[in-house]
Design a protein around this ligand. Structure first.
Ligand SMILES: Nc1nc2c(ncn2[C@@H]2O[C@H](COP(=O)(O)OP(=O)(O)OP(=O)(O)O)[C@@H](O)[C@H]2O)c(=O)[nH]1
Ligand SMILES: [Zn+2]
Length: 347
């Protein structure tokens, strides 16, 4: 694959609107790989290497940039954005992937199936503005695949769930509608559920033609690159990065509220606005449990997810405040230093 139109690459009005007339001569390109000192991208003329003009952390695989003379001059605002709380004590939000249309949540028709984990991924998909798709693999090894599918579909009206045998390419082709015509799909899920098997079936020869290609780096050396944005047979894209595989919740209150819309609606009808849905009189949530219309396990999972999100969001907010304070301190020290060196200024 050498040439693609911009729309093959996923370009849309959302991005076109961000290009001001003065920048019309800049070439759009979509990032396939983000490294510390360089970016790999696909543009209308094929694979290119770009020099970043922002710190590497500002970019994510799937982003669109406008480039000129081998430099990524402008990064366009993403339509959807998957992020996570970065590892380490300094909690930071790290962008994992941008412009993912559908988040494929992969689990298997066996002990891996876990409603609580699915809800977590659903909240993540909705917070990122991605369409959630639950892919239940190993249907060929289960007598109750349809039961698992129904359980998954019941988690939220926004979910599409389907079962398949990931080792059968014909069955995997049922995922093509989510990764054709410039559409981008990303896969998340535990180890061993079949993500690599799906990736291989979805990408097939299309990927073999562009993966591990030799590209010239900035110094003219040949390097072999492995793309994180992989073309699919169906004419779309698959994002597969190591980061995708370790996603954690952060600041996704909105996504949680959407997945647990039933509980949010009940909570709005509790007598007390600060109801903790425990033993308060007039609690609509406990009322629904008593009537058998709400599964108490679901309430438990909602509470756990909210606590976890609150904890993650707080540490991220604290770290941001610390960073700001530190930046002010450094600035203060610098201007003091300047005043000392400048004899014409009172200090
Ligand atoms: N029978 C059957 N086997 C499957 C299916 N999906 C995956 N497998 C097998 O399960 C094993 C693990 O699949 P992988 O594709 O490596 O799983 P993964 O999610 O990529 O795992 P990690 O690379 O550890 O994240 C392989 O031996 C697959 O052949 C399925 O639908 N049916
Ligand atoms: Zn209540």
């Amino acid at each position: 694959m050498t040439k693609s139109t911009l729309s093959d690459l996923g370009w849309s009005d959302h991005f076109a609107r961000q290009v001001d007339p003065g920048a019309a001569s800049l070439t759009p390109a979509r990032l396939t790989e983000v490294q510390r000192d360089r970016l790999r991208a696909l543009g209308p003329d094929g694979a290119i290497t770009l020099i970043p003009t922002e710190p590497a952390g500002a970019y994510a695989v799937g982003d669109w940039v406008l480039c000129e003379d081998g430099r990524a001059l402008t990064r366009l605002a993403a339509r959807t954005e998957l992020a996570r709380r970065a590892a380490g004590r300094e909690a930071r939000v790290q962008r994992i992937a941008a412009n993912v249309d559908t988040l494929g949540i992969v689990t298997s028709c066996n002990a891996d199936f876990n409603p609580s984990r699915l809800e977590r991924y659903l909240a993540m998909a909705l917070a990122a503005d991605c369409l959630p798709l639950v892919v239940l693999t190993k249907a060929d090894q289960s007598d109750t695949a349809e039961g698992f599918r129904r359980q998954a579909a019941r988690l939220s009206p926004l979910v599409t769930a389907l079962t398949l045998d990931a080792t059968d390419p014909e069955e995997v082709a049922r995922l093509h509608p989510w990764c054709r015509d410039g559409q981008t799909l990303a896969l998340v899920g535990s180890s061993g559920v079949g993500k690599t098997t799906l990736r291989n079936a979805l990408s097939g020869d299309a990927a073999a033609a562009t993966q591990g290609i030799r590209a010239d780096d900035a110094k003219g050396r040949h390097t072999t690159t492995f793309r994180s944005l992989v073309p699919t047979r169906a004419g779309g894209w698959l994002i597969d990065t190591p980061g995708m595989r370790e996603l954690q919740l952060t600041e996704m209150q909105e996504g949680i509220d959407e997945v647990f819309e039933d509980i949010s609606e009940l909570a709005a009808r509790c007598r007390f606005s600060d109801c903790r849905h425990a033993e308060e009189p007039g609690c609509a949530v406990q009322g629904a449990i008593a009537q058998g219309t709400l599964d108490p396990e679901r309430l438990r999972r909602w509470e756990k997810l909210r606590r976890e999100d609150l904890y993650n969001s707080e540490t991220v907010a604290e770290a941001r405040a610390r960073q700001k304070g530190f930046a002010r301190m450094v600035k203060g020290a610098q201007s003091k230093g300047r005043r000392k060196r400048d004899p014409n200024r009172a200090g």
